[in-house]
Write a protein that binds this ligand. Structure first.
Ligand code: ADP
Ligand code: 5GP
Length: 202
């Protein structure tokens, strides 16, 4: 069995990445979400183990400092720590599943340095619309909104480092674009770098 691909999605907070991803995952079998660890408190409606593994800072640091580290990558984002579990990603990929990492631009740079991920940046149609969506979601305090918008502006400057750019303006169009990227990458990865076709297990 071939190992599944690593698909990284990054976007400024409030851009609609979670909404987009839920739609694409409902459509495409064989795609799984890697649940990150975070020290951020849960938002109303978020479930421990499904949206994140919500942990205390001390627990996060112990996992991070293990050798080899319990995290494939980790970063401080908007004042909280976030990390991708090495064990979870390895277990899922070994089953031939394509693993989606919803991580920030710092995490994407760390993974790009040592792995061979497919990377997608999701951008809002404008900064004004990003602010409208972030406020409209109603989950953040005013100072958190300002911090997330300022960080979002900086994150957008790194969009050129990604393999693909999807603008989430009309949701259906963005869903179609992301789904198409994944389907195309699956076909591409059935070839060796030499162009030789990898045998399919049908
Ligand atoms: P993220 O995961 O990127 O932080 P969310 O998926 O939580 O963002 O979306 C933020 C808000 O924007 C939500 O209220 C969501 O319903 C809304 N939203 C997402 N995509 C669109 C879109 N294409 N057009 C309008 N609103 C959207
Ligand atoms: P939120 O608090 O809105 O859920 O996420 C804030 C930011 O942290 C988003 O940009 C999200 O992609 C990023 N993030 C979530 N999990 C991880 C992770 O495991 N590693 C890194 N580097 N970033 C993460």
């Amino acid at each position: 069995m071939n190992e599944g691909m690593l698909l990284i999605l990054s976007a400024p907070s409030g851009c609609g990445k979670t909404t987009l991803l839920k739609r694409v995952m409902a459509d495409l079998p064989g795609l799984v979400f890697s649940v990150s660890h975070t020290t951020r408190p849960p938002r109303p409606g978020e479930v421990n183990g499904r949206d994140y593994h919500f942990v205390e800072r001390r627990e996060f640091e112990a996992m991070r400092d293990r050798r080899p580290s319990g995290f494939l990558e980790w970063a401080e984002v908007h004042g909280n720590l976030y990390g991708t579990s090495r064990e979870e990603v390895e277990r899922l990929r070994a089953q031939g599943l394509d693993v989606v990492l919803d991580i920030d631009v710092q995490g994407a740079a760390q993974i790009r340095a040592t792995w061979d991920p497919v990377t997608v940046f999701i951008a809002p149609p404008s900064l004004a619309e990003l602010e409208r969506r972030l406020r409209g979601r109603g989950t953040e305090a005013e100072e958190t909104i300002a911090l997330r918008l300022a960080n979002g502006r900086r994150e957008m400057e790194t969009a050129g480092d990604y393999d693909y750019l999807v603008v989430n303006d009309v949701l259906d169009v963005a869903v179609d674009a992301l789904r198409s990227i994944i389907v195309a990458e699956r076909c591409r990865r059935r070839r060796m770098p030499s162009g030789e076709v990898v045998e399919l297990e049908l």
